[in-house]
Write a protein that binds this ligand. Sequence first.
Ligand SMILES: [Zn+2]
Length: 68
Amino acid sequence: MGLLNSYNQWKETRQQNYVNKMKEQGKCPDCHGKGYTVYPYNEFAYFNSFECPGCQGSGLYSDWEQLR
Ligand SMILES: [Zn+2]
């Protein structure tokens, strides 16, 4: 159990670091500030990009934070 806990903690820390980094740059963590997300390996690959649901396409961290 201790191992699993430290793994989860590591994952959380990593996620937190990533979000902080995106915050510094003012970018949406879901789409890296692009405003859309790409799913290259599913059946919707045809469309190849979608408006990012995290920031509703703005790519801004402030929007992402508000929409959480
Ligand atoms: Zn986004």
